[in-house]
Structure formats: C-alpha cells, structure tokens
Design a protein around this ligand. Structure first.
Ligand code: 2RA
Length: 292
C-alpha cells in the first residue's frame, strides 16, 4: 500500500490536506506527523510546514521518501525544482524529480486564468491587485481576526509577508517570480499590489492583462473553457460564495475602451483549496498515477 505522510498535520493546510486526500482514487496509508514527531519512511511526504521547517525536513527526508511535495515557499524559485499546478504544467515533473513545490495561493488563481489565454495570445504584461483572505495568514491570523481590536477587522492592510530590499513585499515577489516560472514566460511583466481584506476564506484579484495582439473578446469564453478547473461566466462571483468550491472563477471580463491589446477581469477562488490543499492533493494524485 502506498504510504503518504503529512507533516504539519495540526496546521490549517495540514488538516485540510488530510480531508483532501480522502478524494484520492487509489488506496493509501496515511501517516500523520506533528511538529514533535520524528520523520518517517513513506512514498510521498507532503510538507504543510513553514519555509524553515520544510528546508530541514527536505534534507532529512531525502533518503526516507520517494517524493516530497512541499507547500511552503522555500524551494519555489529553485530552477531545478518543479513548481506545479497539475492542470497547467505536470510535464515539469520528470523521472528524476524528487521534490515538487506547490505554488503560492495568489499566483495559483492568477495563472489558472492566464494559462488558457497563453495558447492564443502573446502575453506581455499583467497588473493585479489582490484582495486576500485572512486564512491565507494561517491559524494565527484567523485567531487574531476574532479579536475586535484586530488591525484586520473592517480594514484593508496593504502588507502581506515581509518588505524586501526593493520595497516589494515577499507576497508580491511571489506573484512575479512564480507566474513566470509556471507559465514558462520568463519575460512577462508582472506588476502587483497585495492587500489583506476582512474576508475569512477566498482570495480575489482584479487583473489587467496586455498582449502583443489585440484581444477578440468574443473568442475568450471558449478559450477559458479549455482550462480544466476554471469557470468563466458573467455572474458576479464573490469570495464568500466560492469558498469551499474547487474551481477558480473568472468574471467581469471586458476589453479596454481605449486599447484592444488590454483586457480586464476579476478572479476569485478558495485560497485554502485550489490555492493550497487541493493543488497538493492533485500533485499527489498525479504522482500516484504516473510514478508509483
Ligand atoms: C497569504 N498567500 O495569503 C499567502 C499564503 N501563502 O498570506
């Protein structure tokens, strides 16, 4: 029987991962590893841990497991480590792969919408502002949010992660670097602002996208329809309504009134599912089907 170990089983993503794995078609034995437990032998180790712990575990697990699926940001920018969304770039996983990174939640929603457009258009530049849920900050932020005095109550906070030397935040840099890597578009320009909003679950993005060619608005719905895991329609989708759903929702699509090379749209999706545990489960399902 295939053995799957979840590290960080008591965290928000760890607990959701356990739930998500129940949807796997193949049987497996689950090993639940908490922060005080020793690393174990397994076929797949899923690290629902922070950057520092993932880094340490990855060293220790090299000889104890066939595959490591890391949900942290630690390895995402390493050129030799695939950063995978199974509906977009499963080909990045090869026979030589041991460690696979799962992307940042905000990036995941964005690239799910850009990927189908990439098939027809030369994407040159994307702008987005994010409206990110409290749960993106984990259990600790959800606890803080319960406090009536929390900075995050009835407020918008334009700081997610830490501020880096160039004054971008770590979250904004993830949007830039991970988008380029997953879409295999190393030159696409990504400009963004990441903002925490008082919503418990589901991240949203307002996106403006520029291509080399003029967009044909009429053909875009059929292009979006080619992307598995994406729903495009003209309902007004809100974060509250999409919480608990697996798909990424795109709506409010419109052409720029002054420049046909630009379109604008709205994305919303459950940050804990497609943005985290569901993507992890889909990577695991792919590994089980192709390599185990
Ligand atoms: C956040 N994207 O929302 C982060 C979580 N990885 O804080």
């Amino acid at each position: 029987m295939i053995k799957i170990a979840i590290y960080g089983i008591n965290g928000l993503v760890g607990r959701l991962m356990e739930e998500q794995l129940k949807h796997l078609k193949q049987p497996y034995e689950l090993l639940r590893v908490g922060s005080q437990d020793k690393p174990v032998e397994s076929d797949i180790a899923i690290l629902c841990t922070d950057d520092e712990i993932s880094f340490k575990l990855a060293q220790v697990l090299k000889d104890k497991t066939k595959f490591i699926v890391d949900m942290s940001a630690k390895f995402r920018n390493e050129p030799d480590i695939p950063l995978v969304i199974p509906e977009i770039n499963p080909h990045a996983i090869t026979k030589e792969t041991q460690l696979i990174s799962s992307p940042n939640c905000t990036t995941t929603g964005l690239v799910m919408a850009l990927n189908p457009l990439k098939k027809k258009y030369t994407l040159e530049e994307v702008f987005f502002s994010s409206y990110q849920a409290i749960s993106g900050g984990g259990k600790k932020l959800l606890e803080d949010f319960k406090n009536p005095e929390s900075l995050y109550r009835a407020n918008c906070v334009p700081l997610i992660g830490s501020i880096k030397e160039n004054l971008w935040t770590s979250e904004e840099l993830k949007g830039l670097n991970e988008t380029r890597k997953i879409l295999e578009l190393p030159k696409i320009k990504v400009r963004c602002h990441c903002v925490r909003v008082p919503v418990e679950v589901s991240h949203s993005l307002c996106v403006s996208l520029r291509a080399k060619e003029a967009f044909d608005l009429k053909e875009l719905p059929s292009l979006f329809a080619t992307q598995k895991g994406l729903v495009y329609d003209e309902k007004i989708h809100t974060p509250k309504e999409v919480a608990g759903q697996e798909e990424v929702f795109v709506s409010r699509l419109r052409l720029d009134p002054e420049d046909k090379n630009y379109i604008h749209f709205w994305i919303t999706f459950d940050n804990l599912l497609k943005g985290a545990a569901l993507n992890g489960r889909q990577i695991v399902a792919y590994l089980m089907e192709k390599f185990l």
